[in-house]
Design a protein around this ligand. Structure first.
Ligand SMILES: *[C@@H]1O[C@H](CO)[C@@H](O)[C@H](O)[C@H]1NC(C)=O
Ligand SMILES: *[C@@H]1O[C@H](CO)[C@@H](O)[C@H](O)[C@H]1NC(C)=O
Ligand SMILES: *[C@@H]1O[C@H](CO)[C@@H](O)[C@H](O)[C@H]1NC(C)=O
Ligand SMILES: *[C@@H]1O[C@H](CO)[C@@H](O)[C@H](O)[C@H]1NC(C)=O
Ligand SMILES: *[C@@H]1O[C@H](CO)[C@@H](O)[C@H](O)[C@H]1NC(C)=O
Length: 736
């Protein structure tokens, strides 16, 4: 009886403990793993958003792409409230009675509402610019900006100039002894000060220097544990099996001993540490060892180079190069150096061994002007193409290229292939686009891991993928608005497949193309039969007959004599939004199902798993019972809907401008990849294309697990005497 009571107590205890640790089961990581830097760009004109007395907003005109953008800022704290790209350039502006008169380059004037940017039908009056602040009462003396009284010419207020002061962008006085002033700095900071009763009441600074990223790369921080691990592994390599086993056990025990020593063998401390939320240092250490911490190195159009923490967008350091035509930035020598190339020639090398500190310049050289620079090997060899079409190779003297390298280049008229052989580049073949054709998109198959050779069908047969690595696809437009996509062999130049789309493709919309494992995906906008965004896929197989394989696993084929041709399936789908840019998710080992990253014209970024975009989807009626057993098989439906949960930007609007860089950075966790979209705005997030199969979620309930284990131990502890007495009684044949 007592025993039953005891176990009842312990179970109650267990339930009570579980109750203590209840946490939300669903933990949304939105806004914790992603960040956005919303930029306005260089300010062209700053205006009060309204003439009303209580106006607390500023209206800013800035350049965005080839047009002008209107932005509204909260005057109190500098927070961005709204942005509206106009799509046309404005050269000057005037504000009057909540109307903004925008002067266009050709002299005509558009009128919009100053609070919301709506177009107004209003016949313009005489134009006088409101963009140039009246500086007649301002003096610049002794590193200070002094505001003078108009009548007596006495100083009434003075503010310290920022160090790299450039000018006054805004100066407005509505009542006596009160005014607002905004400075701009050479490095792209805008600082605002509001003065009432001759005392400064509020100040804020907006950093606009990271707008318009032109090139980027990333650096991984060194993991201190990794070096130790490598050392141990190399030591193990020189031992026999038994010794190695003993060695490993000893190392692990040592580690346990150190762990316990550090915590002075206090069980309380260990349990507390286990249950506690981790502090910043441990979470950073974890992010380093899982490869979730990367440093983005970006170069902006004004020549600023900055390092950003990819987890939160924090800027670690910046370097003003003053180079306004940076085309490439790359990390070299196991992420200890970064090299910067420009169109006009100057090239810089930085030492970033200590990535968290401002780097120092190692070399400043002048190269020949280049149209494009392409990294062609991991050792740091680059292919340059000059404005005259001449090509040359820059390679590291320590790691010269010894084997032949095949290169493929393209412009809007032709594809040209080269081979680098015996230290010279020779052209091998050339494909010209047709008479009235123009190459509008190109993508070659990247060299990455492919985990599966084939696709397992529902009846346990296999369809073999065509995994020949030297493939590329390009799209051309013709005068009849026909889009043609061709797949070629990049070594021989042979045409492997051609797809036409003659549904009146509108080439004013973006054409995008990416090449993945054994497929290529492209997007276009066509106007027939109804205007619609299309997304199409071409898949290549060794054979379309299940279990038929033409390649021999053990035979290495010479790419110049490759006679195996792919068999092709193709499908097109409709998509509800205009697609601006596309990319592919990259993971460390390529086991995670690939997804297509779509940047939409409406400012959202979303992902689309490749299995949805399959060329082998057929209508429901044609699917056999066996077919339905295939992994993630779906019947063909012409329209692909947007899944709200796949929208990476949540309810943010991204303005990335015409040349956005969409990139995916693999981490050391196979499930996880970092996706960034950089341009006018900067955005990064973490993506799990097949969910987080290799990581416990942050909401994983450690507390509950511990309580359950302890509860079970307690139950065992109390049940044991009960069982022992029972056994004893049984032996003596005593009845209860
Ligand atoms: C923007 O202007 C540049 C050069 O001025 C031009 O090459 C480009 O096509 C323009 N882009 C758009 C979208 O009009
Ligand atoms: C501006 O910011 C202040 C302080 O945070 C806030 O009280 C005010 O409502 C904001 N104004 C607008 C228009 O958002
Ligand atoms: C100026 O250009 C705008 C669009 O760019 C056009 O709508 C307007 O008619 C032009 N005005 C004149 C006077 O040409
Ligand atoms: C620009 O402003 C930001 C935010 O106040 C500040 O951290 C940064 O140091 C400033 N940059 C310069 C060059 O002054
Ligand atoms: C397995 O399924 C595929 C696709 O439906 C079909 O082509 C193939 O003939 C089937 N193989 C066998 C052995 O049933």
């Amino acid at each position: 009886m007592l025993g039953v009571f005891r176990s009842f107590v312990s179970i109650t205890l267990l339930v009570a403990m579980k109750g203590l640790f209840v946490e939300a089961v669903f933990s949304d990581e939105a806004y914790h793993i992603d960040w956005q830097r919303s930029n306005i760009g260089p300010y062209q004109c700053v205006l009060p958003a309204s003439v009303a007395e209580n106006n607390d907003q500023l209206l800013i005109l800035s350049t965005f792409g080839n047009g002008t953008m209107l932005s509204w800022l909260n005057k109190t704290n500098g927070e961005l409230l709204e942005r509206l790209p106009l799509g046309y350039p404005v050269s000057d502006a005037m504000i009057e009675n909540n109307k903004v008169f925008l002067k266009l380059d050709n002299g005509s004037i558009n009128v919009v509402d100053s609070m919301n940017g709506f177009s107004l039908d209003y016949s313009p009056m005489e134009f006088s610019s409101s963009c140039n602040p009246d500086l007649s009462a301002v003096r610049f003396e002794d590193g200070k900006v002094k505001i003078m009284d108009g009548d007596s010419d006495l100083q009434i207020f003075s503010i310290d100039m920022p160090q790299d002061f450039k000018g006054i962008r805004y100066l407005q006085s509505n009542e006596e002894n009160a005014f607002d002033i905004m400075f701009s700095t050479v490095t792209g900071n805008y600082s605002f000060t509001s003065v009432t009763d001759l005392t400064s009441t509020q100040t804020w600074t907006r950093d606009e220097s990271l707008a318009n990223v032109r090139a980027c790369t990333y650096v991984s921080p060194a993991d201190p544990n990794l070096a130790q691990m490598f050392l141990e592994l190399t030591q193990e390599g020189s031992m026999n099996l038994l010794e190695a086993y003993q060695f490993r056990v000893k190392q692990t025990l040592d580690r346990l001993k150190n762990y316990l020593l550090e915590r002075k063998f206090s069980v309380g401390a260990i349990v507390k540490e286990f249950l506690e939320d981790e502090d910043e240092a441990t979470s950073k250490e974890k992010d380093v060892s899982f490869g979730l911490l990367k440093y983005l190195i970006v170069a902006t159009e004004t020549g600023k180079i900055a390092a950003l923490d990819v987890r939160d967008g924090r800027q670690l350091w910046y370097y003003e190069t003053g180079l306004r035509d940076i085309i490439k930035i790359e990390a070299l020598r196991s992420d200890t150096e970064i090299v910067v190339f420009t169109k006009s020639g100057p090239s810089l090398v930085f030492d970033v061994t200590k990535i968290e500190e401002k780097p120092f310049l190692v070399a400043d050289t002048n190269m020949a002007p280049a149209e494009s620079v392409e990294k062609i090997s991991e050792e740091g060899a680059f292919l340059f193409k000059g404005p005259d079409g001449k090509r040359f190779l820059l390679q590291s003297p320590l790691n010269p290229i010894t084997q032949d390298i095949h290169l493929l280049d393209h412009n809007s008229e032709e594809l040209s292939a080269f081979v680098y052989q015996n230290e010279a580049i020779t052209e091998t073949w050339k494909i010209k686009a047709g008479e009235q054709e123009e190459i509008v998109a190109f993508s070659s198959r990247g060299e990455e891991h492919v985990a599966n050779l084939g696709i397992v069908l529902g009846n346990r047969t296999v369809l073999y993928k065509y995994l020949y690595p030297h493939l590329a696809a390009y799209a051309t437009k013709s005068e009849q608005n026909v889009l043609t996509v061709r797949i070629i062999d990049t070594i021989s130049g042979e045409l492997l497949y051609t797809a036409f789309h003659d549904d009146e493709v509108d080439f004013n919309f973006p054409i995008n193309l990416v090449f993945g494992e054994h497929w290529c995906v492209y997007t276009y906008f066509s106007t027939k039969p109804v205007p619609e965004q299309k997304i199409a896929v071409i898949e290549l197989y060794e054979s379309l007959v299940a279990n038929e394989r033409t390649s021999e696993p053990s035979v290495e084929v010479d790419a110049l004599e490759n006679t195996q041709k792919p068999q092709v399936v193709q499908k097109a789908y409709l998509y509800p939004e205009v697609i601006k840019n596309i990319g592919l998710t990259k993971t460390k080992l390529g086991i995670t199902t690939k997804s297509i990253i779509l940047e939409l014209e409406n400012g959202q970024v979303t992902i689309l798993p490749k299995f949805i975009l399959s060329a082998r989807r057929v209508e429901e009626s044609q699917l056999s019972a066996d077919d339905k057993k295939e992994f993630m098989v779906m019947p063909y439906v012409s329209a692909i809907p947007i899944n709200d949960q796949a929208i990476l930007t949540h309810n943010r609007i991204l303005l990335t401008g015409p040349d956005s860089l969409l990139l995916s950075i693999p981490t050391d966790l196979e499930s996880t990849t970092l996706v960034c979209d950089l341009g006018h705005d900067l955005f990064c997030t973490r993506v799990f294309p097949s969910s987080q199969f290799d990581k416990l979620s942050p909401s994983f309930e450690k507390g509950k697990l511990m309580a359950t284990v302890i509860g079970l131990l307690l139950i065992c502890f109390f049940l044991r005497p009960l069982v022992d007495t029972r056994k004893l009684k049984l032996k003596w044949l005593v009845k209860d």
